[in-house]
Design a protein around this ligand. Structure first.
Ligand code: NAD
Length: 390
């Protein structure tokens, strides 16, 4: 029978940033409901958050272990179907593993874990249990990002030669981790964040976007990491030269000390015949630049005639008519909807559509952690190029 999927949450309480965004995204299409949670490290905040979210008080648990164990004992018709994990990076692996081993699917934030070893172990758990793991690389959910990917795949630009991806932010231009900013505090702590602050927090988004849109894998890289803010324990800026499997070359910039920048994610990809450009701060536009032609502007939600017809992946991920802005929340919701469609199809023994399967998985999570490892390894060595560790 068709029904909503039941979601549990670890993290995402009143004391958190991204958890609320997950709930907006999860609820947007009416396919998911929140039934339980261990919403905070602080049990009182967790309880209060549960009350405000109208979660039954007997299903607001003191910790994620108790939640997973107790939920697994509930009858099929009641227990949660999947667990969303929105805790700091070091608290992704354990709940994800425990959830899958107890029969639950998982949505987990990036970076998937704090180490490549944990990421590989999680990949093994997915393979062993057959569960679905969705990784929330937010920018891959936008319709115009999917359009760019489709155009590259269909050979619109010819063989890809150059990929330039940027993620500058300015919010860590000061030592915010010592000024009471809890989100900055765990991000700048190697034990809770991982080997690299800038690459874990935003570089993985950029690397994923480059591989997702181009369909090409990074094979080698040359990295330069810097800690600009005095007293900070991890890097806050990085520039990386990239080599891709087909011979394409690339540049990745991730920076959290680009003072004045917000979330200026941008990707440009150039092939033999032309190129494409997409920017997070103007997400309904896709700029197409072809050799010897005027510049073209593709816009979300239009029913263009052939040969400009938008791909089924772009239209599947569009909700409203052209001109009404869709943004980050809808992009996030696309990831949740595709995950929900996939999980529901699998439960019914059906094969999910290619559009439904189009969300980041555990394999992307492993690539992300391998990216961080390779960047840090190269930065610490004297060699010019380091082979991607996977
Ligand atoms: P945050 O510090 O704002 O919130 C963390 C939450 O986890 C808090 O509610 C905290 O109480 C809770 N928590 C900590 N330990 C817990 C435990 N043992 N049990 C239950 N809850 C616990 O952090 P945030 O900014 O929301 O980031 C969370 C994760 O989301 C990180 O991995 C981060 O990298 C990722 N993130 C991703 C995006 C994106 O664009 N996809 C954006 C922001 C954050």
């Amino acid at each position: 029978m068709e029904r909503r999927l039941r979601m549990g949450m670890v993290g995402g309480g009143k004391d958190a940033f991204i958890g609320a965004v997950h709930r907006i995204a999860a609820f947007m299409d009416g396919k998911i409901e929140l039934v339980c949670g261990a919403f905070s490290i602080d049990p009182d905040i967790s309880k209060e958050s549960g009350r405000e979210l109208f979660v039954a008080q007997n299903r607001v648990y003191p910790d994620y272990k108790t939640m997973i164990e107790q939920e697994a004992l509930l009858p099929e018709g009641e227990r949660m179907d999947f667990l969303t994990i929105v805790t700091p990076n070091f608290l992704h692996f354990e709940p994800a593993k425990l959830a899958m081993e107890n029969g639950f699917d998982v949505v987990v934030e990036k970076p998937m874990t704090v180490s490549l070893e944990e990421a590989l172990a999680l990949q093994e758990v997915v393979q062993r249990t057959g569960r679905t793991l969705c990784l929330t690389h937010t920018y891959s959910g936008y319709p115009m990002v999917k359009q760019a990917k489709a155009m590259v795949r269909e050979g619109h630009f010819g063989k890809i030669r150059k990929i330039v991806v940027e993620y500058p932010q300015g919010w860590l231009s000061r030592l915010s981790e010592r000024e009471g900013n809890a989100g900055a505090a765990w991000r700048a702590d190697p034990k809770r964040s991982g080997k690299s602050l800038v690459m874990g927090d935003i570089g993985t988004h950029a690397a994923h976007l480059a591989e997702y849109v181009s369909g090409l894998r990074i094979t080698e890289l040359c990295a330069d990491l810097t800690t600009f803010v005095e007293g900070r324990l991890l890097d806050d800026d990085g520039s990386v030269l990239l080599r891709f499997e087909n011979g394409a070359k690339g540049v990745l910039m991730a920076s959290q000390i680009s003072a004045g920048e917000e979330n200026a994610v941008r990707i440009r990809i150039y092939g033999e015949k032309g190129g494409v450009e997409w920017a997070n701060e103007d997400p309904n536009n896709l700029i197409v630049k072809m050799l010897d032609q005027p510049r073209q502007l593709y816009r979300t939600g239009n029913a263009y005639a052939a040969p400009y017809t938008l791909s089924s992946f772009a239209t599947h991920n569009t909700r409203i008519p052209a001109g009404h802005p869709e943004g980050l929340l809808e992009s996030f919701a696309n990831i949740y909807r595709n995950f929900a469609l996939t999980v529901s199809a699998k439960r019914k023994g059906e094969t999910p559509s290619p559009e439904a399967l189009d969300f980041p998985t555990v394999d992307d999570g492993v690539r992300g952690m391998a990216f961080i490892d390779t960047v840090v390894k190269n930065n610490e060595s004297n060699e010019k190029w380091t082979k991607f560790v996977l």
